[in-house]
Write a protein that binds this ligand. Sequence first.
Ligand SMILES: Cc1ncc(COP(=O)(O)O)c(C=O)c1O
Length: 358
Amino acid sequence: MKAGFCSRGRIPLCVTAEAVEEGLIKNPGAKAVLVTSPNYYGMTADIRKIADRVHARGKILIVDEAHGAHLHFGRIVREAGVGFPEDALQCGADIVVQSAHKTLPAMTQAAYLHLKGERVRALRMETILSRMQTTSPSWLLLASLDHSRDFFAREGGRRLQKLVAALESVRRQTGFDPFPGEAEGGFRDPTRLIFQVEKFGVTGFEAARYLARHHCIHAEMADPFHLVCIATVFHTRKELQRLFRSVSALSSADFNRRELPDFTGMADVLKRVARIPPLGMEMYLADRQPFKEVPLEESDGYMSAGMVGPYPPGIPALLPGEIITRECSQDLVKARAFGWELQGVEAEGLKVRVLSRF
Ligand SMILES: Cc1ncc(COP(=O)(O)O)c(C=O)c1O
């Protein structure tokens, strides 16, 4: 399903209800619909509208809400008149997964799987999960999930309200708004800070490296135009001030400032990279073949021996056994030129592993 794109802010949006409807018409045999909301940028889909369309056709709606475990506790913020998206369960989703470790005080790996309503049978889910999961779960992880739930149930709303107010006051104080105005389409999580660093003559990737090296601040992610940071209820006003000041300091930092590369067409490159290439050999067979390394630019025509793709988002452009087309290798080279990290490509010499006999 096609996701939207805010051209003013140059940020990807989530899929629309119309795109879901189109997908359902094209795939009448589908059992369920899976959408991601919020995305990495804190943009959410209109889950209410999507749920209505999915349920009208008797299907199940699954939402990957990895980035939104805190949203459920935002009612008090909304009641105070601040835009804060509702969580997917509230909006009618049947199954929701949340990475509690991203925005709640849970340990890395800890996540929730929520079910709501009658469309999904809990017992069936339990049976299926028990086939895949260990019989010795980590009690540390479970305890941290329980702690997060308990803490947020008691204090989450108030803390989120305090955080949103602190962000607003730091914004006013520093005169620096990470992302002024609204994105076109979609709702936005105010705790996800999208700093438009392009105006400083640096890419988001460069800004992220600078902040880590000089200010000990580690951004959640970067793209050519933005630096994306997560503000949590545990950040103090002082820390938020430090973040905003450090990002503003990019304007005067000692940078090899330059005209940024022409990013026109970047979205198209990424879209093409996401296409599934022709399959030359099943992955399990490709995994057993001898391989060699060749420069990415000269790799077309070979079958890939590894998993290759730009990160973020980390969706593989190539899997073992897939044929590297000219378009695919050129787009990956372009993505690298935009500053993207390429997983599965050796940074030195930009080499990829290909099957040597095919
Ligand atoms: C949209 C989305 N879904 C799922 C995941 C994976 O979640 P976890 O790290 O909890 O396995 C991520 C990780 O970043 C993500 O961004």
